[in-house]
Ligand binder design. Structure first.
Ligand code: GAR
Length: 213
């Protein structure tokens, strides 16, 4: 199994979808550690319920982003995840620096609740709803040094209803997130994702799969 660390700041429903796919055998990964920068993140509770190790690192305890990232790298390495594993940002509301990315080159993935490059930031769902777009969705991408910017692995779209607001739209987007995030991780675990500049190519599977995009 692919050793992974999952970073959360909140509810952790994406973490739950990853746990569920691992437990039902659809995802060949093992969560070695769940890290949160919020001590009351419900994602920590979800991890504990499944016997997964957790760690709280408060960014307010560190002088700089780099110092915080160094502590995260150390905790993740100690849990058994290195550059051959993967780090999954599942609702982690912090920007990571090159200190972090350098320890896991091309192995950090993030999910964002909008169709990037539109509506980056902390409220992709609400910003899209308020803008009046007719289609929004979710994006899974490799993380680079710019926020919500790295090469895109997969996107999924939903139609938007006029005036429905960010909460209603967000809950429909979340359902998509729970499908495409574990799927992306399985592609990574299978070594099928090839990065070429901005492009991510999905290499053919060794064995036939029913889940080609
Ligand atoms: C998800 O919608 C995720 O896409 C979003 O936070 C939510 C976390 O939900 N992430 C971002 O907005 C990152 N900029 P969860 O804690 O239930 O997985």
């Amino acid at each position: 199994p692919l050793p992974i660390a999952v970073l959360v700041s909140g509810s952790g429903s994406n973490l739950q979808s990853i746990i569920d796919r691992i437990e039902d055998g659809a995802l060949d990964a093992e969560i070695k550690l769940v890290v949160s920068n919020k001590s009351d993140a419900y994602g920590l509770e979800r991890a504990r319920k499944h016997g997964i190790a957790t760690k709280v690192l408060l960014h307010t305890d560190y002088d700089s982003r780099e110092a915080f990232d160094t502590a995260m790298v150390q905790a993740i390495n100690e849990a058994g995840v290195d550059k051959d594993g993967a780090v999954v940002m599942a609702g982690f509301m912090r920007i990571v620096t090159s200190v972090f990315l350098g320890a896991f080159v091309n192995r950090v993935i993030n999910i964002h609740p909008a169709l990037l490059p539109s509506f980056t930031g902390v409220c992709g769902q609400g910003d899209a709803a308020d803008y009046g777009v007719k289609i929004s969705g979710a994006t899974v991408h490799f993380v680079d040094e710019q926020m919500d910017h790295g090469p895109i692995i997969i996107q999924a779209a939903v139609p938007c209803q006029p005036g429905e607001g960010g909460d209603a739209l967000g809950s429909r987007i979340l359902k998509l997130e729970h499908r495409i995030f574990p799927q992306s991780l399985q592609w990574l675990a299978d070594g099928r994702l090839e990065i070429d500049g901005r492009f991510v190519r999905l290499k053919p599977a060794d064995t036939p799969v029913a889940d080609q995009p």
